[in-house]
Design a protein around this ligand. Structure first.
Ligand code: MOS
Length: 747
């Protein structure tokens, strides 16, 4: 049953992608296509007093300029704008009225015969505003402890942090060794290669077919219907390929509304591709100030952990994740307490970005653990082992599986951790200080209800369809592998259809849940196909499977075979021929029943080596070993790619990434990838990925946990800890740039 599952099968869509045959949302063409360009607000808060589009309209080739004053009708109730991922509050409504919520907000759309004309004309739209005072600075007074107690423009946080346990304050006071510090993660922006893009095809009957860059075609389809007051059968959303999304495509973005609005207003197909600059206003990893306090006894077991956080959201929506929850989950400690506040700023709503909450929170936790290890004069890995927990500390329940111990062991061995001299500044390579640091990573293993349709033809070809996306993670490939194994077919005989809202129901691709969801979904539907084939096979004269039950047969090599006696078999083609059918089609919805008795998580151990130029403070991450326990690995090649991608992003988080605001204007300044730094090839050196065995027959029938996010969690902490080990200096304020490190070294 596992010819393909667990192998390093190359991407089935790889050839299409590298040859350009794979089409993305901004590449679909049609006759009479018009091009749109967005005009964005230059103030952070207030109202539009006047828009003068006359100059733009006078440019030859400009078709129309849409504003809140002349757009087609759209829904007036908040609920219409609530997509599957909408947090509490009022979702942003593009071109709805004259209110400006954030700098960079779309306020007009120029549509023209050519892309360049639209973009040029957009620069000619004159806007006057009634400005109001804005607030975009989370820190105020540049004081983290102050901001934690009294955040800028605080909101009631609708999310209750995990329940405290024990009595944190007295336990902390009584602890032998204590560590308290504040850590900062700045606003970070997604920078997928593919820009936000929508091509809205206006069909002859007024229906819309919308090619959109999204992680969830059905989420966008429902949203568009609600917002534009259209019937479900009149809107189809398609997204066969996605050039990276990382959470930025979970919620419908404004470009899809504007493209669809323009298509309806003009009765013409319209394409809108945002510019890289315009990508920087839509959602981002919320900046997070956090304080971690750890108290331990002298032997290095943790008594108490407190985690206080404040994160950024917009004025109109309260985005939040379980930021503080990760701390209490991971390590054994009798006492724990958490607080989580929200600061409402005049910015777009923050959103999910790869391993939302965990990437930020575990960074702080794992740096704090490193600092505690130093205070205890204990090896940081040894501290983790002394605090190791075999049970979910929040709910006091076992894990469905947790092989983190093996991640530590294999990771440490591969890295050579045993050779580490614990003394900071003790290891050198020429003029460079060498530092070795480590951290733990954790993420959740979820599964969502999903529907899968399989059509098996008599010639042994299967078409497997589901409305999920493949955001570059390799979903096409793992679906092909799983279906081939479940149906006993060669991999070339399986075709996958996804990324189309008319296909069987799927949740958005996110949260690392699609691999487990869709694979188990395929297994369920393949089971129905097998049953139907058996029904036909049993009706054949002298059927060798006459008394076989569905559990007793498997599909292999194009045949239905008895598991007890392989000589008893019927070919798929024969069974169908006798049954008088040329195809079997089944669609099933699979929902995992979770009785709550077990925690489902993935884990990792990350070991990082840095080399720091002692004079200049230049940091290089020369080696990373990421050792991951994530249940059954479906494809060792694409899985490895996922983890490498996460590690590279972790390098960016530790050393490069930071969205910079000019608070005077409430505007993001570095809205391009020249000034918003991300790791480039020269910043990425040796990365080794290890998958430890983690059989798990509780999490779901196939034992799959998902890998999209675990790769980034803990990486920034491992690097920060390595920098401390190299230099003896702690920079707790990400990114750890040369200036900050030099300031510390100079102390
Ligand atoms: Mo992920 S941040 O759920 O795309």
């Amino acid at each position: 049953m596992t010819t393909y599952i667990g192998t390093d099968t190359s991407r089935v869509d790889g050839r299409a992608k590298v040859t350009g045959a794979a089409k993305y949302a901004g590449e679909f063409n049609t006759t009479g296509l018009a091009y749109a360009s967005v005009v964005t607000s230059t103030i952070a808060k207030g109202h539009i007093a006047r828009i003068d589009a006359s100059e733009a309209l006078s440019v030859e080739g400009v078709i129309d300029v849409l504003t809140h004053q002349n757009r087609p009708p759209m829904a007036s109730v908040d609920s219409a704008y609530k997509d599957d991922l909408a947090p509490e509050g009022s979702p942003f409504r593009p071109l709805y009225d004259d209110k400006v919520w954030f700098s960079g907000q779309p306020i007009a759309l120029v549509v023209a015969e050519e892309q360049e004309i639209a973009r040029f004309a957009a620069s000619l739209v004159r806007v006057e505003y009634d400005k109001e005072a804005h607030i975009t600075d989370l820190h105020r007074q540049r004081n983290m402890a102050f901001a934690l107690k009294s955040p800028a423009n605080p909101a009631e946080n609708p999310y209750a942090p995990p329940k405290s346990r024990g009595t944190a304050e007295p336990a902390f006071a009584a602890a032998d060794v204590r560590h308290t510090a504040e850590y900062f993660v700045p606003i970070e922006h997604h920078n997928p290669m593919e820009l936000y893009a929508s091509t809205a095809i206006f069909e002859a009957d007024g229906k819309l077919t919308v090619y959109d860059k999204t992680q969830g075609v059905q989420n966008v389809q429902r949203y568009l219907c609600n917002v534009l007051l259209m019937k479900p059968e009149d809107v189809r959303v398609i997204s066969p390929f996605v050039g990276g999304a990382f959470g930025s495509g979970l919620r419908p973005q404004y470009n899809v509304v504007l493209a669809a609005q323009a298509a309806r207003a003009l009765k013409r197909s319209v394409r809108l591709v945002l510019t890289r600059q315009q990508m920087y206003v839509l959602g981002y990893r919320p900046a997070m100030i956090q304080q971690i306090a750890l108290g331990a006894n002298a032997e290095g077991s943790l008594d108490v952990i407190t985690h206080d956080a404040v994160t950024v959201t917009s004025q109109h929506e309260l985005f939040h994740r379980q930021e503080t929850g990760w701390s209490g989950l991971l390590y054994k400690s009798a006492h724990a307490k958490y607080t989580h506040k929200l600061a409402r700023l005049d910015l777009a709503t923050s959103c999910d970005m790869r391993a939302p909450s965990a990437a930020s929170a575990v960074y702080a936790l794992e740096c704090a653990m490193d600092e505690l290890a130093v205070a205890l004069k204990l090896d940081p890995l040894e501290l983790r082992l002394r605090c190791y927990s075999d049970r979910d500390q929040h709910a006091d329940r076992p894990y469905s599986s947790k092989n983190l111990r093996e991640c530590y062991r294999q990771g440490a061995e591969a890295f050579g951790w045993g050779e580490r001299n614990p003394e900071p500044r003790s290891m050198r390579d020429g003029t460079e200080l060498v530092g070795w640091g480590m951290a733990t990573g954790v993420w959740e293993a979820l599964q969502m209800p999903i529907a899968v349709r399989i059509m098996l033809t008599a010639n042994g070809h299967a078409e497997v369809s589901c409305a999920t996306s493949d955001i570059g993670t390799g979903t096409y490939t793992i679906m092909t592998q799983v279906a081939a194994d479940m149906l006993g077919l060669p991999i070339d005989n399986v075709t996958i259809k996804l990324g189309d809202s008319t296909l069987p129901q799927s949740p958005v691709e996110g949260g690392s849940w699609i691999a487990a969801s869709v694979s188990n979904g395929i297994a369920t539907t393949a089971g129905s196909v097998r049953e139907e084939l058996l029904r036909l096979a049993r009706q054949m004269p002298n059927s060798p499977l006459l008394d076989a039950t569905p559990e007793e047969v498997a599909l292999a090599d194009g045949k239905l075979v008895s598991k007890r006696d392989a000589s008893r078999a019927v070919s798929i083609a024969e069974a169908m021929r006798h049954g008088g059918v040329d195809r079997i089609e089944q669609e099933k919805t699979t929902t995992l029943e979770d009785d709550g008795s077990h925690a489902h998580n993935t884990h990792s151990a990350i070991f990082a080596e840095v080399k720091v130029d002692e004079e200049l403070g230049v940091i290089r991450v020369t080696r990373v070993v990421s050792s991951v326990a994530a249940g059954r690995i479906l494809n060792t090649k694409t899985a490895r790619s996922q983890i490498i991608g996460g590690v590279v992003w972790g390098i960016g988080m530790a050393l490069h990434e930071e969205t910079l605001l000019d608070h005077k204007f409430g505007r993001i300044m570095n809205t391009n990838i020249a000034e918003y730094h991300v790791p480039v090839n020269a910043d990425v050196h040796d990365i080794e990925v290890i998958f430890v065995d983690e059989p798990d027959d509780i999490v779901n029938p196939l034992g799959i946990k998902g890998l999209g996010e675990i790769g980034i969690v803990g990486v920034a902490a491992a690097i920060a800890n390595a920098i401390y080990h190299a230099t003896g200096k702690r920079v707790r304020d990400l990114p750890i740039t040369l200036d900050k490190l030099q300031r510390e070294i100079g102390k």
